[in-house]
Design a binder for this molecule. Structure first.
Ligand SMILES: Nc1ncnc2c1ncn2[C@@H]1O[C@H](COP(=O)(O)OP(=O)(O)OP(=O)(O)O)[C@@H](O)[C@H]1O
Length: 385
């Protein structure tokens, strides 16, 4: 009965310590704390999701169960809490773990996929696909199971960035596809299925139907996050896709330039219109840092993403530099975060991924509806369109 008398106050104190660490409300952080001797009090909305972790926890321990992915920071969080508790818990007694819950969706959710996140941009060429793939790997490195769906029907670039352009998904029943896997990331793309020239001439309904098939007919493993690299723009096609896919949330990528920001604003409005919460903005190509002297040049203007985010009351999830290595890794099909995980650039993506994951956990309600796999028509994207 190690904690029996102190359990409540300890939970409250750890919650307050976490609140100060993350700079957020204490009453939310209280939900993340559980004392093994009082495991049923894993308080709040995430209770059901926490149950598994609680049962696996050894006795006489105190568990912090984060509802977002923060794996690379767990040791730091643990040290921070232990230090703040001034010896009240030993290192062995404090466990920091994470369990990502399924977020609510407007449309019936897809079985196996806890959260589908659209990465969109109002304007082409701002680095949406590059950001999507790097965020996907960053989320993985933060401990999440992640897939990527290349919905950029008119310019699928996921196969290039993963270095597997000649690969094709297999099917054993001619109805469902096994997604491809590259460096642990599961992926599917129209680029694996049809020659680009074919997809490039599809009209809106064909494109959105193809996307729906890719979601419904891919045998996704259990995923915490499926990142959907959307086609650029905010036209009818994007709107239909945003409505058809059971999206949990969206992220909008922009450069700091006025022109891109005006389009990013349209992107935010589009998701608002279809009731998909926007988690925040990612500003790409924020600056160029000279390798020789370290000077930062704001090639595409400065602070644009921050101003737009403020205007919409959204967080700026990340600011990524214009850097030749980002482009080189994308072109070579050697993902940056896999090839150079320790680089400051990779850390910038992980920082954005942590912010994204945390924002989703804090702002999107946990799923209450039963998820159902909606089986579409058999595969045959080409012949049917
Ligand atoms: N931060 C960056 N630093 C350097 N190059 C970048 C960066 N982000 C993207 N790029 C490069 O810019 C080009 C466009 O990027 P990407 O294809 O990701 O943009 P997109 O918004 O998805 O484009 P599209 O509108 O065609 O879908 C690519 O050559 C990519 O390698």
């Amino acid at each position: 009965m190690f904690f029996s008398r102190k359990a409540k106050p300890l939970i409250d104190r750890v919650a307050a310590i976490l609140a100060s660490y993350f700079s957020i409300e204490a009453d939310i952080t209280a939900q993340w704390c559980a004392d093994k001797l009082d495991a049923d009090q894993a308080i709040g909305d995430k209770k059901a999701d926490n149950t598994k972790a609680d049962h696996e926890t050894p006795s006489n321990t105190f568990t912090i169960n984060l509802p977002f992915c923060y794996k690379t920071q767990q040791a730091t969080i643990k040290a921070y809490v232990l230090e703040a508790l001034k010896g009240e818990l030993t290192e062995q007694q404090l466990i920091v773990s994470q369990h990502i819950a399924s977020g609510e969706t407007k449309n019936t959710a897809v079985n196996n996929i806890k959260n589908i996140i659209a990465v969109a941009s109002g304007k082409g060429g701002v680095g949406k696909s590059t950001t999507s793939i790097n965020l996907a790997f960053a989320l993985m490195q933060e401990g999440a199971s992640v897939g990527i769906l290349d919905a950029d029907i008119y310019g699928p670039s996921v196969p290039i960035m993963l270095g597997n352009t000649d690969a094709h998904p297999h099917s054993t029943d001619n109805k469902h596809m096994q997604p491809l896997s590259a460096h642990g990331l599961v992926a599917n793309s129209i680029g694996y299925l049809v020659p680009q020239e074919d997809a490039a001439v599809w009209r809106g309904p064909m494109a959105s139907r193809a996307l729906k098939q890719l979601i419904d007919e891919t045998l996704w493993p259990v995923l915490d996050y499926l990142i959907v690299d959307m086609p650029p723009g905010t036209g009818d096609i994007q709107l239909t896709m945003a409505q058809q896919v059971p999206l949990t949330a969206a992220v909008v990528v922009t450069t700091p330039q006025d022109l891109a920001l005006a389009d990013a604003q349209k992107g935010i409005s589009m998701f608002e219109k279809v009731g998909v919460p926007v988690l925040g903005l990612v500003e790409n190509m924020s600056y160029y840092q000279c390798r020789a002297c370290g000077t930062k040049d704001y090639v595409f203007s400065k602070d644009g993403g921050e101003i737009l985010a403020e205007r919409h009351g959204l967080p700026l999830l990340g600011q990524l530099p214009l850097d030749i290595t980002v482009r080189e890794h994308a072109d070579a099909g050697t993902p940056l975060l896999v090839s150079a995980p320790e680089s400051p650039l990779s850390e910038s993506y992980r920082e954005a991924a942590r912010a994204l994951s945390m924002q989703l956990a804090l702002t999107v309600a946990p799923r209450t509806q039963q998820s159902k796999h909606i089986k579409g028509d058999p595969i045959g994207v080409n012949s049917k369109l």
